[in-house]
Design a protein around this ligand. Sequence first.
Ligand SMILES: [Fe+2]
Ligand SMILES: [Fe+2]
Length: 224
Amino acid sequence: MLQSAEHEVARSWLDGALAGFAADNEDLVRPTCALLASIVAAPARHARMINTLSLLEHMGSHKIMATQHSVGIDQATLKHVAEEANHAYFMKRQAEKTAERPLEYIAQDLLAPAAARMYFQRLETAMVRTLGARRSGRAVYLYMSMIVEFRALWFYGLYQQTLQHARHALSLKRILGEEQAHLDDMAARLEATGELDEARVTAFLGTERALFARLLGALERASA
Ligand SMILES: [Fe+2]
Ligand SMILES: [Fe+2]
């Protein structure tokens, strides 16, 4: 486990980074909230979106398992993979409750699945390319997780607001708490290994923003 000093250094860096992320994504708030409100109001479509979130959480947990399996795998990584797998389960359960039927990860049960998969894969490809072969798979795992957590927190935060506004029974509070902890943890672990590089984070967040904007457009078209 990490010392609190690393958490503190990472935490103060993160506060600034989160504020920067919010500012850089300000123009995406309105279209995202409009999309979420229209989806939440239509249960069948809402179920497909929740199932898509389940797919993304599942892809995330699978990715960690597929790349982090050395004998030195630590508690933090095992906790992370367990929580992401649990998010996939939670979302699947909510999706099926909303749909009132079993749902699979197939096109008719998902919303813009090709774009959702592409978001994840293109982001990872960009990171592997930038970090290069000389970097450990651990650095790719930590960066990928950290960048995705910025978006997860932002998106789930807006989704939670939308649900509350619609007086919907679904609550994302526990997931939001865990995603926040993951973000803190990834930043602290990168800081601890001397890998936390601000310019690199800024570049990755720029790539992520462009990929998310494309995913948003695909979701808008899928639910039009
Ligand atoms: Fe998650
Ligand atoms: Fe997470």
